[in-house]
Design a binder for this molecule. Structure first.
Ligand SMILES: Cc1cc2nc3c(=O)[nH]c(=O)nc-3n(C[C@H](O)[C@H](O)[C@H](O)COP(=O)(O)O)c2cc1C
Length: 215
């Protein structure tokens, strides 16, 4: 195919037409058949799977490439029990049992890496340093986006995810992230779904006709 000028200047050298259509099986895996899973098989999941999924998700866009998502992988054991102690009651048993749990967090000091991540924005790190509140907002917004990419990346690698926002974030951060200063956003249980995966019947979504307007 012939690349347009924009694609050329963006450094895209992939045959975009060939990639344009994921087949139905891939779309089912990522979206239509993918569920939020509460019950997993006992099969262990290697933490390396989460690193590999991160290595896909990291390519998703963030503002100025700030890339504030940080992950703490929590295998079964003492650290898992500490994590679970901060979860709301309904999230505890399934998280204790999950092959892996991952705390997805934002790093409000993301600007310390902008020399590498945003060389096109020289001076930005110094500009942001005094503005903790602005940095916290940027970290949260962009890390939440990256969590979405991560969920899809885990699914693309054949894993299932159970996301949970029901936990005491301040308590968890004080316990697990006192040194790093990371701020937790979501806990993800990760594994392979047990049949039937402990899911409720699939709830409908809004149709595009309701959720999308073309101005
Ligand atoms: C940000 C977020 C927070 C959630 N918090 C919880 C939670 O605390 N406990 C829980 O059991 N499920 C939680 N869920 C799971 C949602 O209820 C589930 O993803 C949603 O109902 C869609 O289910 P489905 O993917 O199976 O269609 C959360 C999901 C998200 C994305």
């Amino acid at each position: 195919m012939t690349l347009t000028l924009d694609q050329t200047t963006a450094g895209i050298d992939t045959d975009l037409e060939a990639l344009a259509g994921l087949d139905d099986a891939a779309l089912d895996l990522l979206f239509r058949e993918a569920r939020s899973v509460n019950a997993f098989t006992d099969d262990d999941v290697d933490p390396a799977e989460v690193l590999a999924a991160y290595d896909l998700a990291k390519w998703g866009p963030t503002a100025m490439n700030v890339s504030p998502l940080r992950l703490a992988v929590v295998p079964r054991g003492e650290a898992r029990e500490r994590l679970v102690s901060h979860l709301s009651e309904g999230n505890r048993a399934k998280t204790l049992a999950a092959p892996l749990a991952v705390v997805a967090a934002a790093d409000p000091r993301f600007h310390s890496r902008l020399d590498t991540l945003a060389p096109h924005r020289a001076g930005l790190a110094d500009e942001l340093e005094p503005h903790a509140e602005r940095r916290a907002g940027m970290a949260r917004t962009n890390a939440l986006l990256q969590i979405g990419y991560l969920v899809l990346a885990l699914r693309a690698r054949g894993l299932h995810v159970g996301p949970m926002g029901g936990f005491d974030a301040a308590g968890l951060d004080a316990d697990l992230f006192a040194e790093s200063g990371w701020t937790s956003l979501l806990v993800l249980n990760v594994g392979r779904a047990a049949a039937p995966g402990g899911t409720h019947p699939r709830a409908p979504r809004l149709d595009a006709a309701e959720a999308v307007t073309v101005l």
